[in-house]
Structure formats: structure tokens, C-alpha cells
Design a protein around this ligand. Structure first.
Ligand SMILES: Cc1cc2nc3c(=O)[nH]c(=O)nc-3n(C[C@H](O)[C@H](O)[C@H](O)COP(=O)(O)O)c2cc1C
Length: 373
């Protein structure tokens, strides 16, 4: 589907960067789950640009829930949420010049000049605000079931954060605390000193008219074993599908990922053990998934975010209407790094994919609060 993700629980997004606004429709929600507007506001605040590490565009992200909620609870019918655009500056954009690394040229190839080119139009990172808003509804519902999602900026501009706890033998006490702490931080690192150095490096790149990328590492604790399907709807496939939909994500790996290509089986295998009557694994190189199905250990994956394509340095491109090469400088207000802002987007799309997999396996009421009729 073009703008819709999901099987049982579907999310459709719409909007443009400089149009009236952006939004999402989420269908197939468990009736009766709490729709916590304070949590939606909090999650949106984690994506909102702030300080020298982000774009100067300042959107308030005031959202309106148009349907699907009654007295603070999901009705189970389509929930439509809309966020208006208030701080646009469209004069910075031209219809014919392709920003290298951005979607201006490919949008032209697909939509033949009818696309809204302002600020990247429908391809803009602005649409991720809608994903974060609806993702917050699912993040809240999953937390009620003991499933906690969280991410950190594992690497940025060559600087590494402290590692997430490995939760060996499925002891998630420390990992769960780390994820909960990260979910409150606007710059998501475990090591504040490393975070300060990352912020400095982002500011230096910006000062040089450039940008930097980063790696977001996500973990999920409390996920039951048995989620996902073999082959094409494997949990990895579904997560990768939605993670690669996030603009600027260029790599996804699960568990030890590409590093596993360098290991021996004796190093990569996770030994099965018994702990307090539960089957667990001693290590978690496979990131909580075997054969496309969750094994009850923490889910772990990483996403590589490329450096922001819109940079202030002079670049070479073409005017694709007049078919002429030209040197040009991108105007407009841009993030010198998108990785730290994308963290909550990654968490949100992860929640969408996991909620869909849960509802597919256990039915629409699987996210209902305990004791709910
Ligand atoms: C939260 C977020 C903010 C973004 N901000 C910008 C930006 O300010 N300027 C820009 O050129 N790209 C930005 N991007 C990245 C572009 O949207 C993305 O690179 C572009 O749509 C091309 O898609 P691709 O990189 O996946 O090929 C942002 C992405 C995200 C997730």
C-alpha cells in the first residue's frame, strides 16, 4: 500500500510539509484503550526541534483528534488525528532543482510535476509528527501490558554512547530502567558526556554548512514469545518494512546484525536455559527473534540514519525541468542531524508493527486493559 501500513491494525498517513498540515488515520484499534493526550504531547515534544542541533523551523504540533475517541478512550472505529503546519517558509524552495540526496527528483519522476515540492512535500520528515502522535496511543497501550520500547543514539559523528544492558538470561531490570529513562530525554543518550560531545560535533558540522548521521539502537522488553510469521511476514520483515519507511533510514540490523557475518556459530548462538520456570537464552545475539518469530528475549535492532541531505555547502545538481546542470546552495531551515529527532519516530513505528503483530495473533481485544469487559 502506498501510504498505509499494517494487516489487522492499519495506519495511513497524509499531508505535506508546507500544506495545511499532516495527519494519520489508525484503524483496527482495541476498543476501550486509553488515549492519553498528555503522552501524545510528550512524545511529540521528543521529536520537536530544539536548540542548535535542529532546524530553526518551530512547529507547536498542536494536534486535533477528529474521530475515534470518546471520553478519553478509543472507540475502535478509525481514529483520525491532524496536526496543522504553522511555521512554513515556502519561498526557500523551487520546483525544478533536485536537492542531492533528497526526494525532489524522484517525486518528479513519479508525480510528473504535480507534487507539492515545498519543503519536500509529502516526502518531508514533517510527516513523522503524525506517526509519532498515533504511535503514542500504541506505546501507551503496550506499556499497560508491560511492553516497553526505548531507543538511544548509539553513535553520532563518530562518537559512541554507553551500551544498553544486555539483559542476559532475560533479566531486564537494568535494561527496562534504561529505556524508561531514555523515554524522558530530549537528547537520547545514556552517557551525558558522550551526548555533549555529539551535540558539539553536530554544531561544528552545521557551522561548516554540513550535516552528520547517526545510529539509533532500539530495544523492547516484555514482548511475548510467538509473535510473527514464518517467511514474508516475519517480525524482522514487518519491522524492517516500517523502519525503512522512515525518511533517512538507510540501514536496519537485528541483534548483532552485520557483525554476525564475522562470527562462528559457537559465538553467535544463544544457549537456551531455564530461569524461574521460563525458557530464556543466556545471550541475545539474535535480538529476540528466531525464524521470524519472537522468542521472549528483548527485541533489539539498530537503524542507520544518513546525514541530512539539505546542507548549506555548494553542491552540484540539475534543473530537471530545463535539463541543465548547475551549482547550487540549498536554502530553507534544516536539521544538521536527524538521528536524535528520529529516535521517537523509530519507537513509534516499532509500536505500530508490534501492535499489529499482537492483534493479528491474539485478536483485536489483545490490548484491552486487564479486567475490561
Ligand atoms: C525527523 C526527521 C527530520 C528530517 N529533517 C530534514 C531536514 O530538515 N532537511 C532534509 O533535507 N531532510 C530531512 N530529513 C530527511 C529527509 O526527509 C529524507 O532524507 C528525504 O525524504 C529522502 O529520503 P531518504 O533519505 O529515505 O532517501 C528528516 C528526516 C526525519 C526522520
Amino acid at each position: 500500500m502506498k501510504n498505509t501500513f499494517g494487516t489487522v491494525l492499519t495506519v495511513t498517513i497524509f499531508g505535506e510539509s508546507h500544506g495545511g498540515g499532516v495527519g494519520a488515520v489508525i484503524d483496527g484499534l482495541t476498543p476501550g484503550i486509553k488515549v492519553d493526550e498528555a503522552l501524545i504531547r510528550h512524545q511529540l515534544s521528543l521529536r520537536r526541534p530544539a536548540g542548535a542541533t535542529a532546524t530553526a523551523r518551530r512547529e507547536q504540533d498542536a494536534f486535533v483528534i477528529q474521530s475515534g475517541v470518546f471520553e478519553g478512550k478509543a472507540t475502535g472505529t478509525p481514529l483520525c488525528l491532524f496536526i496543522s503546519n504553522e511555521d512554513t517558509r515556502s519561498r526557500d524552495y523551487t520546483p525544478a532543482v533536485a536537492r542531492p540526496g533528497h526526494a525532489d527528483y524522484t517525486a518528479q519522476c513519479k508525480y510528473h510535476g504535480y507534487q507539492d515540492y515545498r519543503g519536500g512535500g509529502h516526502f518531508s520528515g514533517r510527516l513523522t509528527a503524525a506517526l509519532v502522535a498515533v504511535g503514542a496511543v500504541l506505546i501507551g497501550a503496550l506499556r499497560e501490558k508491560g511492553i516497553v520500547i526505548g531507543s538511544h543514539l548509539q553513535r553520532c559523528a563518530g562518537i559512541s554512547d554507553a551500551p544498553l544492558d544486555e539483559a542476559a538470561y532475560n533479566d531486564c531490570t537494568v535494561l527496562r530502567e534504561q529505556l524508561c529513562a531514555l523515554n524522558e530525554k530530549s537528547f537520547p543518550v545514556l552517557d551525558e558526556e558522550a551526548g555533549a560531545r555529539m551535540m558539539d560535533a553536530i554544531a561544528v558540522a552545521k557551522g561548516e554548512g554540513d550535516s552528520v548521521g547517526g545510529v539509533i539502537e532500539c530495544a523492547v522488553v516484555g514482548l511475548p514469545a510467538g509473535l510473527g510469521e514464518p517467511w514474508f511476514d516475519s517480525l524482522e520483515s514487518r519491522l524492517a518494512h516500517i523502519l525503512f519507511s522512515v525518511p533517512a533510514v538507510k540501514g536496519v540490523e537485528f541483534g548483532d546484525g552485520f557483525a554476525m557475518g564475522e562470527l562462528r556459530g559457537s559465538q553467535a548462538n544463544d544457549a537456551f536455559r531455564m530461569r524461574q520456570g521460563e525458557i530464556v537464552t543466556a545471550t541475545n545475539h539474535n535480538g529476540g527473534i528466531n525464524g521470524g518469530i519472537s522468542n521472549g528475549m528483548p527485541l533489539r535492532f539498530r537503524c542507520a540514519l544518513k546525514p541530512t541531505p539539505s546542507i548549506a555547502k555548494e553542491q552540484q545538481t540539475v534543473d530537471f525541468i530545463n535539463q541543465q546542470e548547475q551549482d547550487f546552495v540549498v536554502h530553507g531551515r534544516h536539521d544538521p542531524c536527524v538521528a536524535h529527532r528520529a529516535r521517537v519516530v523509530i519507537d513509534s513505528v516499532c509500536a505500530i508493527a508490534l501492535a499489529d503483530a499482537l492483534l493479528e495473533r491474539y485478536g483485536t481485544d489483545a490490548l484491552a486493559a486487564d479486567g475490561q469487559k
